[in-house]
Design a protein around this ligand. Structure first.
Ligand SMILES: [Zn+2]
Length: 71
């Protein structure tokens, strides 16, 4: 075990995550389900969105949303 102090990870509010998510390629709709747990954030990309077809990496948009939701 390390004695170094670690920054405690902050929980992310799923409602905020859904609200902060902006796809870099389309006007994706988000839907947040919190009941029953665990919370799930659905992201509905446009049919032509490259994220949906697998041509684009969805991580940058998700990381931006996480960053904004946690601040
Ligand atoms: Zn998209």
């Amino acid at each position: 075990m390390s004695s170094r102090k670690r920054r405690k990870p902050r929980p992310v509010d799923p409602e905020r995550l859904g609200a902060e998510y902006v796809c870099g390629h389309c006007t994706a709709d988000t839907l947040v389900s919190t009941d029953p747990p665990p919370p799930v954030v659905f992201i509905g990309h446009d049919e032509t969105c490259p994220t949906r077809t697998g041509a684009a990496d969805p991580m940058p948009s998700l990381l931006r949303a996480l960053d904004r939701a946690a601040s």
